[in-house]
Structure formats: C-alpha cells, structure tokens
Ligand binder design. Sequence first.
Ligand code: F6P
Length: 360
Amino acid sequence: MVKRIGILTSGGDCAGLNAVIRGVVARASEGLGWEVIGIREGTKGLLSKPPDVLALELPMFTGQVMRQGGTLLGTTNRGNPFAFLMPDGTEKDRSDEIIAAYRTLGRDALIGIGGDGSMAILRRLAIQGDLSLVGIPKTIDNDIGSTEFSVGYATAVDVATEALDMLQPTAASHSRVMILEVMGRDAGHIALAAGLAGGADIILIPEIPYKIANIAAKIERLKKRGRNFALAIVAEAVKREDGESAWVTHRDGETRYGGIGSYLADAITAATGAETRVTVLGHVQRGAAPVAQDRLIAQAFGVAAVDLIRVGKFDRMVAWQNRDIVDVPIAEAIEHYQAVEQDSVQVRTARGLGVCFGDT
Ligand code: F6P
C-alpha cells in the first residue's frame, strides 16, 4: 500500500537536518514507493491557508542539499501550538487548528525532527489528535535522553574545537587567557567534548560547580611551569560563582543565556592579574555544514524512522545506542534531559589529563 507521510523540522536548527530529510525521502520514496511532503517551519506551516507544504522527491537531494547546514523546510522555536505567540503579544492555544490542518493533508504518519522541547510538543499534539508520530532527535546540545547522539552535536563540537585551535596561537602570542563561550542550554556536552579535543586547560560545565579560586590556582600552576597562556571553554548555562544565571533580557522580551564568558574573564583578571579575552561562538555552532558523523547518523535515523512507520510502531523515537539504531518511547527520551555524567569517560579523561573543572 502506498503510504503518504509528512515530515517537519522543529525548534532550533542544526547541521545535518537536510541529511535526515534526504534519508527519509530516499527510504520512503525510492525504497518503498511512498509519497513524502515536508511541512514548512515546523507546525507553523500548518497555520497557513492552505498549509505551507512542499512535495519532497529524491531528485531534489542529488546535489548539495545533504551537505548543507540549516533545514530546507525551515523551522521555528517560537511556534508552540499550545501557547502560540499572537501579533498582539498574547498567547493562544492553536493546537486544534494545527491538528485540523494536518488532517487535510491526508497523511498516514508524521516524522518530527526535534529536540526535547519540540518532541514533547509534537507528542502532546499526537495524543490530542490521534496522530501517528515518529521522532528523530536533533540538537547541538546532545541532551535528549536515551540516545548517545543527536543530529547536529558532532558538528557543533567540531566548530568549537576549531575555534580553540584558532584561539591557541593568538593566546600564546599575547600571553593571554582566552575564554571560549559555547552553547548548551542546560548541559555541558559541547564544552566538554570540544574542550578535550581542543586542548582546553579549563572546562566549565553546568554539571560541575566551580570556584574562581580553583581556576586562578590552575592558571598560576601553568605559569609556574612556563606557560604564558591558558585556554578555557565555558558552556553558556554555567552560573556565576554566586549561583546566579548569566542571562540577558532582550528587546523582544525574551531572556537568553549570555555573559558568563565576560563574567569569568573579569573574575580571572581580578584573581590572577592575567590579561583575558572572550569569544562567544553562538550560532556558528548550528549553521556549519554537517561533519561526516552527523551526515551518517542523520541518514541512518531517517531510514530507521521510515522503517518504524512501515511496521506500524508509533510514539517512538529513533536512538543511537551501542553502535546501533534502536527505538525508544518518546516519553522516555524526554522524561529527563541528558546531563553530563560525573563519571563519564569524558570527565574521567579530562581529569586524567589534568584539565581543571574549577571544583578542585
Ligand atoms: O538548544 C539549542 C540551542 O542552540 C541552545 O544551545 C541555545 O541556548 C539556544 O538553542 C539558542 O536558541 P535561539 O535560536 O533562540 O537563539
């Protein structure tokens, strides 16, 4: 039977989304003869009249698309159907409208590519509208439960590593402490992995509380050993020493992480006299072309998601575990966000290398 499926990308973009879409389209249309349409800008596309959709066919993916960052379908992290931001600033529950519009598309199943927030929203919609949903995890933060990797994480780590590679020579030339602030809304996975790969002396993540005095002592030790520079990497969600989050409230009324790098720079200068500089990496971690690892898991997830639909398994998320793809209940994957574990191989390796987390 020819099935008709829909696909959307939701939440913040990341590298590898186009490769996921390619995986889905190749398996569904080429492999099974199904028809795939993409819904634009997450569920927001379903609020357009008619719904903003795009027929997806394999010839569209033969060229550059899967190598490119971003998502050809567009996305949004401000389109929560249950609290949709209206032009007058009020929030409205538009979930029924979205479900009704989705039904007009006559889809047998929907593939939602998202982070934990999007996955929770899509699941709620699926339950309310009795929709057949399969999830694919993506987020540079790599904090979705039940999967070792989410699409986009490997590329973000690569970008942050490259930034440390570029900061080292200038740090050494000027005898400075260079601080790199990276993304990671609640978890420190990017900072930890890139800090290791990029040879950081100090790695600060929200999971490990720090003291400025310990960071200062590390810098003094490096100095005594003849080092004229230090490299530090900090996740944006790391709090100030007094426990306050580093937030900035913007003109649009949103409060977003920002400023922990500058705070640390001043605190380190005050404690050590060292000259410090800060680089805030921001969205370049999301917009880069996907590295090989992201293209690989993206396409594997895409194929596996279609195969879940083929066997009628819904309310499941594809996941990477122990060198294989498995599927887990979406509810389980989003129950707790995946923080850095204190006894993980990366934390142990960093401690073994003498990296300072600021806790001792
Ligand atoms: O969750 C992914 C993420 O990139 C976080 O690391 C970051 O805090 C946030 O999204 C930024 O979102 P926005 O696109 O709204 O700036």
